[in-house]
Design a binder for this molecule. Sequence first.
Ligand code: CTP
Length: 466
Amino acid sequence: MASLTVRQLDETLKQQLRLRAARSGRSVEDEVRTILKAAAEESEAPAPVAKAAPGPAPATKVANKRVLLIIGGGIAAYKSLDLIRRLKERGFAVRCILTAAATQFITPLAAGALTGERVFTDLFDPASEFDVGHIRLARDTDLVVVAPATADLMAKMANGHANDLATAVLLATTAKVLLAPAMNPQMWANQATQRNLAQLKADGVTMTGPNAGEMAESGERGTGRMAEPMEIAGAVDRLFAAQGERPLAGQRVLVTSGPTHEPIDPVRYIANRSSGKQGHAIATAAAQAGADVTLISGPVTLPDPPGVKLIKVESARDMLRATEQALPVDVAIFAAAVADWRVANAGEQKIKKKAGESIPDLLLVENPDILSAIAHHIDQRPALVIGFAAETENVEANAKAKLARKGCDWILANDVSPQTGIMGGDSNTIKLVTADGIEAWPPQSKDDVARMLIARIAAAMKAPKA
Ligand code: CTP
């Protein structure tokens, strides 16, 4: 058979294929070939001798990682439904246990619809014991996430109780455990909870959150809100990265991020609408992939990404200086929205407004192009130089022209027209422009764009040089 054409794939499946291909650094066609090959090999493998019961669906091969999500009984349980989606987006196979209290807040049906698997609720349910059994449920997982982790669940865990399915599995598992506590601030602050927390940490349990802010009870504020689903998913990524999944280990990666501020005088400046979210997400993803990351950031209001060397700068010229000092690196990603011009006649003192006098003219001069300078560096050009193209029209044509003009290897082009909401927003739609052509990525969160880019970089850095 020379070729195969598959028609009538629905949009969701196409999107899953594109994401999967991008994550593994293959074209969609190659990805489909890989799937078909694996399926053919599997069908040729000898059939299992006997099958006791129709077990749960095998873990997806997308990431080959299984996450068991234990949902405790708290109002934050509704966020755990979103967490299932976030974990599935990353390719994890997710199974859920709902405690009896959790079923008061969300239904097993909702969790099951999102996981695509049956949901477990009861230790003494003969069907679930016959099907998998709590010991197998505890064993057949790479990570257990407890979200929300209530004060009661934490207390039971800290003391080794096992009087329901969730706690029995937690006691039986040898997998890593991640807790996302959620409770009333007084319950969180209570000595008993803090004692349990210390015990759990000493037992090797990892925590994400709780965050400070408004509580579900009206008028209540304080520390006790469950971490947001994306934060929990980020903690899951970090845990797997820490378990040895570090495709960029040993690589030095430089990322520029955020806007630059070009002074008019000591109190005024010219800036742009960049939030730095995309650049910071890339730095975070690179660090999670094991890279040694230097992040050079213009002024942003984002938290400092964990595990990166952060250099804070103000102007384009500061950013160029810091970037040159950070060389040599293996990969450089220029996500900053660098101001094209600076004020040549910036005031040393605050320019005063004088009634009746003419308004001051600002004389603009061009800033250095940092990406172009590094891409054309004579002796320290990184092996892979990646730029962004922020466009409001003719996105592909402008991006192709930028790729050639700036001398970089890849350009991630995005449409930053106000109606797209990309500038300052949480999601992005990228066209990856390389010498080989243009690849349209699906609309996704900036975190997912970052992960997809890092997977592509890891594949490119591994591939033998042409
Ligand atoms: N860039 C840079 N230094 C500059 C200007 C841009 O390093 N002085 C980098 C950006 O970080 C980005 C790429 O160049 O990776 C393209 O930036 P963009 O703002 O899209 O393009 P400009 O070069 O500014 O061109 P134009 O404003 O005409 O679109």
